[in-house]
Write a protein that binds this ligand. Structure first.
Ligand code: HEC
Length: 227
């Protein structure tokens, strides 16, 4: 994304250098508003029908985010206002707002692809579910595996996250990420700070002081591959 933006004439050389520095598959949706730079991993686009607030900090539901991206990031012709952010763009006639409902219906229709059968060890995954239920399920709840549908948000320190991005947002906190298609999309966490499932389990083991055995880590990894 950064490389594409850097090809446009609209930006200064300084801004383009920042765009080029973003790792593949990442994007900073606030850079052109506050000038700070903490690129985020693009979240998966499927499974959204069960997710109340898309985005890592749960600022608002999916159509808000679609409008935000279209108008404030892609410079589409339309209106977008959020007094909380001090953003007020009016570009009539508004070609964005009338498309949001259909776009949302399409996005909600994208279900999570099932993991390829041979990609995980089923017995280990069954044991891993027990580890998950004991260590993770207080935040990753219900079918969609996020407590944000019940309005909960978490301070960055609760899961050992870098607070830099949260501080730039409205909520200042991170939403429990709904877990879907994990086998498909490393790196993990909003900033991609865990490259692999192993690294990511290591992070949680330390931060949440879980003291998992090697076997439990392996089983948990196999279970995560099934989501
Ligand atoms: C205190 C609540 C809490 C607990 C307990 C918890 N998580 Fe999370 N989880 C979160 C939050 C909040 C995030 C979002 C972190 C971020 O990216 O900023 C997250 C993110 C993740 C992600 C990243 C998903 C992605 O696509 O980037 C995975 C995977 C995950 N958690 C799995 C687990 C597992 C496995 C456990 C148990 C070992 C666990 N979580 C325990 C709250 C929790």
């Amino acid at each position: 994304m950064g490389k594409i933006l850097a090809m446009l004439p609209n930006f200064t050389e300084e801004q383009k250098a920042v765009f080029r520095s973003w790792p593949a598959g990442t994007y900073d949706p606030r850079f052109n508003i506050d000038g700070k730079n903490t690129p985020l991993v693009m979240p998966p686009a499927y499974g959204l029908a069960e997710v109340k607030n898309e985005t890592y900090t749960a600022d608002a539901p999916i159509s808000y985010w679609n409008a935000y991206v279209a108008v404030t990031q892609m410079y589409a012709q339309g209106n977008f206002s959020d007094p909380r952010l001090g953003v007020h763009v009016v570009h009539e006639p508004d070609l964005v707002t009338p498309k949001l409902a259909a776009l949302r219906a399409y996005q909600h229709s994208l279900s999570t692809p099932p993991p390829p059968g041979a990609s995980f060890d089923a017995t280990g995954a069954r044991r891993g579910k027990v580890v998950f239920d004991a260590s993770c399920a207080r935040c990753h709840v219900n079918g969609n595996l996020t407590d944000n549908n019940d309005g909960v948000l978490h301070a960055p320190s609760e899961t050992g996250m870098d607070p830099a991005y949260a501080e730039r947002t409205l909520t200042k906190r991170y939403r429990t990420t709904p877990l879907r298609g994990l086998w498909q999309h490393p790196p993990y966490f909003h900033d991609g700070s865990a490259e692999t499932l192993e690294e990511f389990i290591e992070h949680y083991d330390e931060t949440l002081n879980l003291r998992l055995t090697r076997q439990q880590r392996r089983d948990l990894r196999e279970y995560l591959k099934t989501l």
